[in-house]
Design a protein around this ligand. Structure first.
Ligand code: ADP
Length: 625
């Protein structure tokens, strides 16, 4: 008998499970049935593709038995099974980054943590919520030796060779005293109906019933062993739309996604013709926790003629739709498709493209319900922007789906369409200002001329906007322009400053540039300012958002020097005209710095040397008292 210790993370998870205040304990059965179903999926696939297993006799099924006196519950499957190494790996460690990530989020507050559990696929270990001891007896298909895995969930497990006739696994739970309810026929049926009705394999429940035997005086009660199928075992997505109830779609979503919330919407499609397939896609209410991780898990399962092929192919949908959960079931693909073939398969490419369009239509339909759509957009708007960047074919449709704040949107978010409808006469382009902080954008001095002329400006404050939006040249034939661009100022007829003014400020600009040295790329007069004395704009050949993102992701280019801004000054502002009149070089120098610093602050940029800024400010304050 070999003793093993659990990986630290498993212990953490077990501790949480065992002491959990989690009220929804019944889900352990869903998890075990789902594992059994996965094991059947795997073996079914292997018997079709693996030479060694092709001759194996295989009747896929799941069996549940219980003993209400001994207080045990057993879930068995005729699936792929595990050998000793598999047991150590699968039931001794946590391989999934998602679960690890979940564990790292735990607060130590049992109540809060328990609430978190429900949002994650907690798997096999959840059985320790109801069991004080578990014995897994299992034999791997194609191998001879069976093994028993035994644990009470307190830090250690044992593995020993044992006897078992058939391949597959048997999970025996010794229920805790106060969890007797799960060793009952009605309770088990109830849970299976609720969560596992559409598991595509039959689930049989074994139970005994008392029956009267003999006549009158001879009559006696005997126990009769019975076995009944308790789930529909139909692949729900194969059922015609008209025969499915809303509730059934919702329950199926839960078994598919492990999401405790209901789906926001779904779209079920059966395609017949030269290529035949069925798809069922769900849009969740809230973002999966791994949405922005590179190692996110695909949410779509591929089946061929109802046989499960993979749930680990990220190419089934474009990556920006990775929040979608669902099923693709093809009639035309060969069952033994290899991964490489999948990648370049023409049929799959067709399904992918059609599915993308279907899902986009569904998202478009969501727009009808403003509240629902804004909920959706809050969770997944960023993904749509990724799509604008990466899905050339659907770029126009995706642009229609975007929402932004603007200088006139009054807290609401508007679409490009809304914006266009409100453009003022003679307006040549859709104007936007991009930055990190919406509140700062709203009060940016760069907006002054636009506000004065009554021209609405969209405010792009999402980090990804800085990368995606410069790539969007136009919307519905109207050009998109950053208000910091030369073109935008030209549109307003304000690109030039008359020569006399230029001449008047020439020397002052030079001394300001000298004072600021390396901190700015250029100092020039501005036509865009009304009330503010100064602003900073980005040099046209640099994209600071891109550089910043690269630096954050630790990418090459991250070492590139920070982009230097251009300082623009308002020739009509009294600070500037007073500076013209002054010959105090020291003061000019100090004010030059302050003008740059205040412009940077208004833009949300950080000051390099806050102490120097405060010192300067104080010197000037002292002089003014
Ligand atoms: P998950 O199923 O989400 O991967 P679990 O903790 O439930 O996580 O299970 C861990 C692993 O143990 C599974 O990925 C699978 O490889 C293996 N396993 C669990 N139950 C069974 C079973 N009934 N038959 C074969 N393998 C199983």
């Amino acid at each position: 008998m070999a003793k093993h210790t659990f990986q630290t993370e498993v212990n953490q998870l077990l501790d949480l499970m065992i002491h959990s205040l989690y009220s929804n304990k019944e889900i352990f059965l869903r998890e075990l049935v789902s594992n059994a179903s996965d094991a059947l999926d795997k073996l079914q696939y292997l018997t079709l593709t693996d030479e060694k297993l092709k001759s194996l006799s295989f009747t896929p099924r799941i069996d549940i038995a219980f003993d209400s006196e001994k207080n045990t519950l057993t879930i068995s499957d005729s699936g792929v099974g595990m050998n000793e190494a598999d047991l150590i790996e699968n039931l001794g460690t946590i391989a999934k980054s998602g679960t690890k990530n979940f564990l790292s989020k735990l607060s130590g507050d049992k109540k809060k943590d328990s609430a978190l559990i429900g949002q994650f696929g907690v798997g096999f270990y959840s059985a320790f919520m109801v069991a004080s001891k578990i014995i897994v007896t299992t034999k791997k298909a194609g191998e001879n030796q069976a093994y028993a895995w035994i644990s009470d969930g307190s830090g250690e497990f044992e593995i020993e060779p044992c006897a078992k006739d058939t391949h597959g696994s048997e999970i025996k739970l010794y229920l805790k005293d106060d969890e007797k309810e799960f060793a009952s026929r009605w309770r088990i049926e109830e849970i299976i109906k609720k969560y596992s009705d559409h598991v595509p394999f039959p689930i049989f429940l074994h139970f005994s019933e008392t029956k009267s035997e003999g006549e009158d005086k001879e009559k006696k009660e005997v126990l009769e062993q019975k076995c009944e199928q308790i789930n529909k075992a139909s692949a729900l997505w194969r059922v015609a739309k008209k025969d499915l109830k809303e509730e059934e779609y919702k329950e199926f979503y839960k078994t598919l996604s492990y999401d405790s919330l209901e789906p926001l919407s779904w779209v079920h499609t059966k395609v017949e013709g030269s290529i035949e397939y069925t798809t069922l896609f769900y849009i969740p209410q809230s973002a999966p926790f791994d949405l922005y991780r590179v190692d996110y898990k695909s949410g779509v399962k591929l089946y061929v003629k109802r046989v499960f092929i993979t749930d680990d192919d990220k190419e089934l949908l474009p990556s920006y739709l990775r929040f979608v959960r669902g099923i693709i079931d093809s009639e035309d693909l060969p069952l033994n498709v290899s991964r490489e073939i999948l990648q370049q398969n023409r049929i799959l490419a067709t399904i992918k493209s059609a599915s993308t369009k279907k899902i986009l239509s569904e998202i478009e339909a969501l727009q009808k319900d403003t509240e629902k759509y804004s909920k959706f957009y809050k969770e997944f708007g960023r993904c749509l922007k990724e799509g604008v960047y990466s899905d050339f074919e659907n770029k126009e449709r995706l642009l229609e789906l975007l929402r932004f704040s603007s200088t006139k949107s009054e807290g609401k978010e508007i679409s490009f369409k809304d914006y266009k409808a409100r453009m003022i006469e003679g307006q040549k382009a859709i104007y936007y200002l991009q930055g990190e902080d919406l509140e700062l954008l709203k009060s940016s001095p760069l907006l002054e001329t636009f506000n004065k002329k009554g021209i609405e400006v969209m405010l792009f404050s999402d980090e990804i906007d800085g990368i995606v939006m410069p790539m969007v040249n136009e919307y519905d034939k109207t050009p998109l322009r950053a208000i910091t661009s030369k073109e935008a100022l030209e549109d307003l007829g304000e690109a030039n400053i008359d020569e006399a003014t230029q001449e008047k400020f020439k020397d002052l600009l030079e001394s300001i540039k000298k004072a600021l040295g390396d901190e700015v790329q250029e100092v020039r007069l501005s036509t865009r300012l009304v009330d503010a004395p100064s602003c900073v704009v980005e040099a046209e050949d640099q994209n600071s958002a891109m550089l910043k993102m690269m630096r954050q992701m630790g990418m090459q280019g991250g070492d590139m020097p920070e982009s230097k801004p251009i300082l623009e000054l308002n020739p009509n502002h009294s600070i500037l005209t007073k500076m013209l009149a002054s010959d105090d070089t020291e003061k000019t120098e100090q004010i030059a710095h302050l003008l740059l610093e205040e412009a940077k602050l208004l833009e949300g940029g950080k000051l390099k040397d806050v102490n120097a800024f405060v010192k300067r400010l104080n010197t000037l304050l002292q002089a003014s008292i």
